[in-house]
Design a protein around this ligand. Structure first.
Ligand SMILES: *[C@@H]1O[C@H](CO)[C@@H](O)[C@H](O)[C@H]1NC(C)=O
Length: 218
């Protein structure tokens, strides 16, 4: 049970009144309060970096797009503005024994040299290469941490909501890719949702572990 969270809430005295059993113990800007509440109910450590670079690069990040029968590998993925994310929701549902945490990431900017692997039944995969840079007006990450006395961000599902489509630019790296790439953007929203299904846990963990409380996973 999460009684420790409520005690904390009373002590701090900033609980927002809400529906029965819903307790908001912290202002969303109060990282220390959020960290203290998470710590009281989990094994996360207060050993945090307190910062993320404005821009950093990852190698070989793979994600899947089942609707498109495709896999993707971001061979070099540069992430900008991850440090601009902010906590946008944090509450405990006391009877439901669940904590809900949301993080809003404005202007998230992803740039990558990407390989698209197209799958077709009974055929060898086709591969295409392009450079892409996209800026997302707002990515909203939400996780439900169950059994709120032993919250574990490392094993929790994270929902990545692409609240608006990105502004992006694609440069095919060769002729076959140029011919292959679709100019039909009607299902771009499907692609972005599938993409962020894979990216959301990483983005959430890296942010929370760096700024709030360290659950010890990437
Ligand atoms: C994925 O493959 C299935 C089966 O071949 C096909 O019906 C479907 O149109 C493909 N999806 C896309 C987005 O091309």
């Amino acid at each position: 049970m999460i009684s420790r969270a409520i005690l904390f809430c009373l002590a701090v005295g900033v609980c927002a009144a809400g529906k029965a059993g819903i307790v908001r113990p912290c202002y969303f800007s109060d990282r220390k309060c959020i960290a203290d509440n998470l710590r009281a109910n989990s094994k996360c450590k207060p050993v945090i970096k307190g910062a993320l670079p404005n821009k950093y690069t990852l190698q070989n990040v793979r994600f899947e797009a089942p609707f498109f029968n495709a896999s993707f590998i971001d061979r070099t993925l540069t992430i900008r503005n991850h440090n601009k994310c902010k906590i946008s929701e944090f509450f405990f549902n006391v009877p439901g024994d669940t904590a809900v945490l949301s993080v809003d990431c404005p202007y998230l900017d992803l740039e990558s040299d990407r390989t698209l692997i197209q799958h077709t039944s009974k055929k060898e995969d086709s591969k295409y290469n392009y450079h892409i840079r996209g800026e997302y007006p707002l990515i909203r990450l939400t996780t439900n941490l169950k059994h709120a006395d032993k919250l574990n961000l490392c094993s929790a599902f994270v929902f990545g909501d692409v609240t608006a489509l990105p502004i992006f630019k694609v440069d095919p790296l060769d002729k076959p890719t140029k011919n292959f790439l679709s100019h039909d953007l009607t299902v771009l929203n499907v692609f972005e949702r599938e993409t962020f299904f894979y990216r959301a846990p990483y983005l959430m963990r890296k942010y929370i572990n760096s700024y709030i409380c360290n659950f010890g996973c990437n």
